[in-house]
Design a protein around this ligand. Structure first.
Ligand code: HEC
Length: 244
């Protein structure tokens, strides 16, 4: 019963988060695009897996789903000394994480389901310089976030451009109008968008590695049901023939 309640909560949370008021940019999710998923996996293990785990995804499963040979996965995507059948764990201890960041970086296995792909895509593009924060950055979608801008070498650094809006009481308030790059990174803005799209695509896959399998299976099940329907229809005809 407890499990059921937790599951229900996980399934219901997107609507709870949707009301933040920040405009979301939409990511293009395509779980059939293996090349995009592979690039996303590379970003994930290189830039996220040092702090966040994704315990529910096994490396072996990822190798199979993404058409990467297990040897290549071990060589290029596994850095934490694990075995191919392990889930994506991290070696950082929770106690240390708490000390360094003030909060524990959450496991990201199900993050695409709880936050939604568009939220994640926007979040990864919303870091901006804010000297008042411990790591010198803030996030316009997730104010006072405890996470440093780990992708700054790719994106570069953004600063916030403010505008004034009238408050209900008639005063004025400064709100962020947009973010603009003040120090370019290795990628152009468009390349960064594509990279983040791949990463979010991968995280969406991660939240539901069974989805691809299910979609394949779904068709087979439908065909099977249709066949059964035909068979039963004629069986029924045969069966009732003499009674009418
Ligand atoms: C240096 C450690 C570190 C790295 C590397 C890192 N994060 Fe984080 N992340 C954090 C911490 C700490 C938090 C918790 C922030 C908070 O709650 O204030 C966080 C929070 C998040 C959240 C919000 C979770 C929520 O509350 O819904 C997301 C999404 C996220 N990280 C994604 C990523 C992705 C994607 C990457 C790789 C590109 C990444 N992180 C890399 C430390 C890190």
């Amino acid at each position: 019963m407890k499990k059921l309640i937790v599951l229900l909560l996980v399934l219901l949370t997107p609507s709870a988060f949707a009301s933040s008021g920040h405009e979301l940019q939409s990511a293009t999710i395509d779980l059939g695009n293996k090349a995009s998923l592979q690039r996303g996996a590379k970003y994930f293990v290189n830039y996220c897996l040092s702090c966040h785990s994704a315990k529910q995804l096994r490396y072996s499963r990822m190798a199979e789903d993404l058409d990467i040979s297990p040897e290549l996965v071990e060589l290029n995507l596994m850095f934490t000394g694990e075995k191919i059948f392990d889930g994506m764990n991290i070696s950082m201890r929770a106690k240390d994480a708490k000390k360094w960041f003030g909060v524990n970086p959450p496991d990201l296995s199900l993050i695409a389901r709880s936050r939604g792909p568009d939220w994640l895509y926007t979040y990864l593009k919303s870091f901006y310089i804010d000297e008042s924060r411990p790591f010198g950055v803030n996030n316009s979608l997730f104010p006072k976030v405890g996470m440093p801008h780990v992708l700054a070498d790719l994106q570069g650094l953004q600063r916030a451009v403010y505008k004034e809006v009238e408050t209900e009481s008639g005063g004025v308030r400064q709100v962020i109008d947009k973010l603009e790059i003040v120090q370019p990174g290795k990628l152009t803005p468009r390349e960064y968008d594509n990279a983040m799209n791949d990463l979010v695509n991968f995280m969406t896959y991660m939240g539901e590695p069974a989805k691809m399998e299910r979609q394949r299976l779904g068709w087979k099940v439908l065909m099977f049901l249709f066949l059964m329907l035909v068979i039963f229809y004629y069986l029924k005809k045969e069966y009732w023939k003499d009674i009418h």
